[in-house]
Design a protein around this ligand. Structure first.
Ligand SMILES: [Zn+2]
Length: 320
């Protein structure tokens, strides 16, 4: 299993911090914090209340002013980046308007219901438990953004400028990068999975590739991904190259008449197979096929998890 060599609160110096999960696999997301004077901004909460509570305590121990965080920004709508919002009381909660709309469609009760049913769902249920069984989705009060923006939002935390840059739709509908130039730090949300496989829920992939190039051109020393260890420009380049490779491989098979599931099973992941969750190729090809066909018909999400589960070895048992 993929492990982060450093986990917990990482001091990037000058009042910038990364919160790194012990591993970057399904649901084990990172977060960030920028402090200046008595003001602070939190970048993302975590997948459940216990995890978020533990993170907020570590932040208060390091920076007592974070007992009252001024601003919380959710980089995107997935629960592993916003389920803990209710614990950041009194803060403005910011997201892109596209993310805010997507959050409304993905309340925590939905995931809680799937997990309650997982034991009766056969192999796909086993795969759901494999992915999300470590988290508790009960008792989470959905806490949506209080402020939304489109494009870019510039604000200050103390004297530090903070730039929120919408780069989606890509991983999800409204992905946002959070750049603190004074700290030479960017928090990328799930535009970067490091040592884990990127997951294209939304696309178009060109937006994601552009977002990678934008990060590659930033004057930053610290690049904090949504999942996995802190990385550098070469880590960003590898994510971009994965996206370009999968796009090209999927297009060859689309043109040859394979369907999305056939193509996903046929693509050799070569060097990228060492990343965790290589099975996400099933979703990535499905989303790319939507683009190629210019058809927004969605494949049911349980069916996408069934395909990923099958690639990961969660298959119906064959009695011999
Ligand atoms: Zn995530």
């Amino acid at each position: 299993m993929q492990k982060n060599p450093a986990a917990g609160l990482i001091d990037l110096s000058n009042g910038a911090y990364a919160w790194l999960a012990p591993q970057g696999t399904w649901g084990w997301s990172n977060a960030g914090l920028v402090v200046d004077g008595e003001e602070s901004i939190l970048i993302d909460t975590l997948f459940d209340l216990d995890l978020t509570q533990t993170m907020l305590k570590a932040m208060r121990d390091a920076q007592p002013c974070t007992a009252n965080i001024n601003t919380l920004v959710n980089t995107h709508a997935n629960g592993d980046h916003c389920h803990g919002n209710e614990l950041v009381t009194g803060a403005d909660i910011i997201a892109s308007s596209a993310s805010a709309a997507e959050m409304d469609e993905l309340p925590p009760e939905g995931l809680a219901a799937i997990m309650d049913a997982a034991k009766t769902m056969g192999p796909v249920g086993e795969y759901f438990i494999h992915c999300f069984g470590a988290f508790n989705f009960h008792g989470i009060n959905y806490t949506p953004p209080t402020k939304t923006f489109d494009g870019e939002l510039h604000m200050h935390v103390g004297d530090k400028p903070i730039h929120m840059i919408e780069v989606g739709p890509a991983h999800t509908r409204g992905d946002v990068l959070v750049h603190s130039p004074a700290d030479k730090t960017v928090f990328t949300g799930d535009i970067l999975f490091i040592e884990g496989t990127p997951l294209i829920w939304e696309g178009p992939v060109a937006n994601w590739i552009s977002a990678c190039r934008r990060i590659e051109n930033m004057g930053v020393d610290h690049i904090v991904p949504g999942h996995g260890p802190i990385t550098d420009k070469s880590g960003v380049r590898k994510v971009r190259q994965y996206l370009e490779y999968v796009r090209d491989q999927a297009k060859l098979r689309y043109d040859a008449g394979l369907n999305a599931w056939e193509a996903a099973q046929d693509i050799a992941l070569s060097e990228y197979s060492a990343w965790s969750e290589p099975e996400r190729i099933a979703v990535n090809v499905d989303s790319l096929y939507r683009e190629f066909a210019n058809d927004d018909t969605r494949t049911d999400v349980v069916e996408l998890f069934r395909r990923m589960g099958e690639l990961a070895g969660f298959k119906p048992r064959v009695d011999s």
